[in-house]
Design a protein around this ligand. Structure first.
Ligand code: F6P
Length: 321
């Protein structure tokens, strides 16, 4: 079997561990694995090369993706999708493994309709916004990166008695914000999935001060409907009379060595995807739910929004009394 593998969309820590498992388990089980450079654009540009077991040496602990990634404008067009299918046929591929986020699963949904080879998706994104897996590869590392950064900002918050607004990534979802907020003892967490009431947050800050709190953290998901952390900080500063400070964590969340959780998740899902391909399975994403390895039809991974842990989010008020 000739199998292509690519990483697409935002890189996420643990992608390399996953690629290593795909290449080594694939080769062990008799597959020929070919990497595509730069995501879907690499397929369209025929930037394709065979991978050996040695090509994935010394990467299990590295962030990013050694294959490099991208967001291909060409693949978004119908022409581009047809061209990708043609190239896969011309190059005599039997299967394709695509590691990426929401956009990658949408792309694979389209490609499945145009190419009759086997296609399996693997969830790699820090956002954790894909249905069909409890956690995506990279989410745990991103949360840990943000928590470590905030533990440092805490020193200044405490030393100056300040209120800090910390903006975290997540695109349209608040999974990172909720995990980071609860782990850092935030006073409030603003996420796109639930209405954000700035008057209420101002009251939380003021009442906290009245109860003897000397500093506060408000975590803002980048997709919050009230705007970014700077916009919200300005409004909260006006409402509280404090000069609220802002820190946008940005890409620092997406980089660095993956946690052991992401290495294991990447390894398990990579190996499982190879096993599924060998069985002739196609049109699905591999994932882990409740400790079990599971398969979800491509369309079901993105057609509805993955629910946030509202119970955990709801604890924030009591946890910050
Ligand atoms: O999807 C991962 C992510 O880091 C989001 O959290 C963020 O909104 C987006 O990618 C940033 O995309 P780019 O790398 O294209 O700036």
């Amino acid at each position: 079997m000739k199998v292509g593998v690519l990483t697409s969309g935002g890189d996420s820590p643990g992608m390399n561990a996953c690629l290593r498992a795909i290449v080594r388990v694939g080769i062990s089980r008799g597959l020929s694995i070919f990497g595509m450079h730069g995501g879907l654009q690499g397929l369209l540009d025929r930037s394709i090369f065979e991978l050996t077991a040695r090509d994935v040496s010394n990467i299990v602990h590295r962030g990013g993706t050694f294959l490099t990634t991208g967001r291909s404008a060409e693949f978004r067009t119908e022409e581009g999708q047809k061209k990708a299918a043609r190239i896969l046929t011309d190059e005599e591929f039997d299967g394709l493994l695509a590691l990426g986020g929401n956009g990658t699963m949408q792309a694979m949904t389209k490609l499945c309709k145009l190419w009759d080879g086997l296609i399996i998706g693997l969830p790699g994104t820090i956002d954790n916004d894909i249905q069909g897996t409890d956690y995506t590869i990279g989410f745990d590392t991103a949360v840990n990166n943000a928590v470590n950064a905030i533990d440092k900002i805490r020193d200044t918050a405490q030393a100056f008695d300040r209120t800090f607004l910390i903006e975290v990534m997540g695109r349209d979802s608040g999974h990172i914000a909720v995990h980071v907020g609860i782990s850092c003892g935030a006073e409030a967490i603003a996420v796109p999935e639930t209405p954000t009431d700035l008057n209420e947050i101002a009251t939380i800050i003021k009442e906290g001060r009245a109860r003897g709190k000397t500093f506060a953290f408000i975590i803002v998901a980048e997709g919050d409907e009230e705007g970014d952390a700077r916009t919200i900080a300005k409004k909260l500063s006006d409402a509280t009379g404090e000069n609220c400070r802002v820190s946008v964590l940005g890409y620092i969340q997406r980089g660095g060595n993956p946690t052991q959780f992401d290495r294991i998740l990447g390894t398990k899902l990579g190996a499982y995807a190879v096993e599924c391909l060998k069985k002739g399975i196609s049109g699905v994403m591999v994932g882990e739910m409740g400790g079990e390895l599971v398969l979800t039809q491509f369309e079901d991974t993105w057609s509805s929004q993955k629910g946030l842990d509202l119970w955990l989010l709801g604890l924030v008020d009591e946890l910050s009394i």
